[in-house]
Design a protein around this ligand. Structure first.
Ligand SMILES: *Cc1c(COP(=O)(O)O)cnc(C)c1O
Length: 543
């Protein structure tokens, strides 16, 4: 069996505990005398929190048909009306496929049930698309391929659920138009969006008490249970005294983080430098590499023009790699190696620092988020389903530098395009470039700054004792086609970062933008998300 990378999106966790106690067993015990299974969907909602638990659809069918002896059609109606499915990512490695050979051994009855579900489903599809074999193949739950049959768990989840949702407007649009296009053609009303959210109790009140108290002193504490109350901050955005206090709180949070970094990394950060954070799971699509290339470009700029004015920056990276994702681990190694060179070079000492914080966790995020001024949300357009880190940082007054991807798009619409730094190819731009033939060498050959950066990595500048160590990084960008369009976005990214630095020189402008980010985060509360799931999918009222 092939072991594939499974990269779990941290935004899954918030749905895990919902409705656990509502399992059919409970229904059975409370309706002992005469179980009314027709009522199960009215009493119970089971939300499939990604593709991984899709087998539950076959299991409920088994319980209803084999044990409770319901007729197939009745059992199927109950099952579909009970289940709903949330898709959390379009990364192919997360779209689970279970080998039929494995299921034959471990879950033979479930496999038979899945075959029956698929048989009846495809009969239905053929009523309207009899000639369209390609469509039938794409929609089939069973993938027939060179002797290696697979169960497509995402297809099982879609067929067995009455609701399928994505986690941002843009992600849901991609599900409808591309990833699950055939299913959307077939069942347009099954698809809906539920943009992710974060809880302000953890991600402002608890992790940033000084800012939380300052906000409450000025607009009251209604925001703790109704995040739209933060709109009341808007009139303060141009108030100089308010701005100064706002920046002072940020500086205090930066000092707190700097003490942690001194203790754990023995690196001294200047609290007057721009704190620029890139913290999330390490993955090529999240483009920590693009950020790394920018750091090296700034290093070269300082070395080439030592007298030139420069806005001091502290780059803080954090994130874990999945255990089997060796390339992500090489990216971590590169970030640490860049840090070793930069932090020990006296020519850039006062201007540039790079830190990699090990063991990224929620607790560490609670320290990092309030101290961050610039939040890196730079995934290749069309790859990040939503993101929730983007929301946490903005709620705490960080400005986003980001692509038009995931929930960044909705955040831009809320905070206003003047209060966010947007750069890079759009999803359509990426698709066009891919269609016409993307050649990363063109960007390498036409941009001397980019060429210098890549040559340094290639020549072992950051790995003196092992000159070939980072060759695979360069290969991924040049020989292997740069799957995530790092080189295509490099120039725009560098230009946008220069705009960030210019803005940072004007503290009042920066403070105004920062206040307006916090003020406009109302719709990114998980309270709003949960209310939408309750109303539109579970049909339950808040108690
Ligand atoms: C919020 C959070 C994430 C998700 O970050 P993204 O930027 O949305 O990928 C990952 N890890 C931890 C520890 C978090 O708190």
């Amino acid at each position: 069996m092939v072991v594939r990378k499974i990269i779990i999106c941290p935004c899954f966790y918030f749905l895990f505990i919902l409705f656990a106690f509502f399992y059919p067993q409970k229904h059975l015990s409370t309706h002992k005398n005469k179980p009314q299974f027709e009522e199960l969907p009215d009493k119970v909602a089971i939300q499939l929190n990604d593709t991984h638990p899709s087998i539950a659809i076959a299991e409920l069918m088994r319980v209803l048909v084999d044990i409770e002896e319901l007729e197939w059609e009745k059992a199927w109606q109950i099952t579909v009306n009970t289940f709903a499915y949330t898709n959390h990512t379009i990364m192919p490695e997360a779209m689970e496929k279970w080998p039929v050979s494995l299921m034959e051994h471990l879950l033979p009855r479930h496999l038979r049930i899945i075959y029956e579900i698929n048989h009846r489903f495809l009969l239905d599809v053929r009523k309207t698309h009899n000639e369209d074999f390609d469509r039938q193949c794409k929609m089939s739950i069973i993938e027939e391929g060179d002797g290696n049959k697979m169960v497509k768990m995402a297809n099982l989840a879609i067929v067995g659920s009455h609701s399928v949702n994505g986690v941002s407007d843009y992600h849901t649009k991609l599900l409808k138009k591309e990833v699950f296009k055939e299913f959307h053609d077939y069942w347009p009303n099954k698809f809906n969006n539920k943009t992710n959210g974060i809880t302000q109790r953890r991600w402002l009140k608890s992790c940033n008490p000084e800012l939380a108290n300052f906000i409450s002193e000025n607009i009251g504490d209604g925001w703790i249970t109704d995040l739209f109350e933060l709109k009341k901050l808007i009139p303060f955005a141009n108030d100089n005294e308010f701005q100064e206090k706002w920046l002072e709180i940020k500086r205090n949070n930066k000092s707190r983080l700097a003490r942690y970094i001194k203790k754990h990394n023995n690196i001294d950060l200047d609290v007057n430098s721009l704190f620029d954070s890139h913290a999330k799971r390490i993955h090529e699509y999240k483009r920590q590499l693009l950020n790394a290339l920018h750091v090296i470009a700034l290093y070269n700029q300082i070395k080439a023009n030592p007298e030139k004015e420069f806005v001091p920056r502290s780059f803080i990276f954090s994130g874990k790699a999945a255990p089997s994702y060796s390339f992500a681990k090489l990216i971590i190694k590169l970030l640490n190696s860049i840090a070793d060179v930069v932090n020990n070079d006296n020519d850039v000492k006062e201007k540039l620092k790079v830190v990699f914080l090990a063991n990224y966790s929620v607790s560490l995020a609670e320290l990092l988020v309030p101290a961050t001024e610039l939040s890196e949300q730079i995934s290749t357009a069309g790859t990040e389903a939503s993101g929730t880190g983007n929301m946490k940082f903005a709620l705490n007054g960080a400005l986003i530098i980001g692509t038009l991807d995931g929930a960044n798009i909705e955040i831009k619409d809320e905070v206003g395009v003047d209060n966010i730094f947007i750069f890079g190819l759009t999803g359509d731009g990426i698709a066009d470039l891919r269609a016409t033939g993307y050649n990363p060498w063109d960007y390498y050959n036409n941009n001397p700054e980019l060429k210098q950066v890549i040559d340094m990595i290639n020549n072992g500048f950051f790995s003196q004792s092992q000159p070939d160590l980072f060759k695979p990084v360069v290969d991924s960008l040049l020989q292997n086609g740069d799957q995530y369009f790092v080189l295509a976005d490099f120039e725009q990214f560098v230009r946008c970062q220069a705009k960030v630095a210019e803005t940072y020189k004007k503290p009042n402008d920066w403070a105004r933008m920062s206040i307006l980010n916090t003020a406009n985060m109302g719709s990114f509360s998980s309270d709003r998300t949960i209310m939408e799931y309750a109303k539109d999918i579970w049909n339950v009222k808040p108690v």
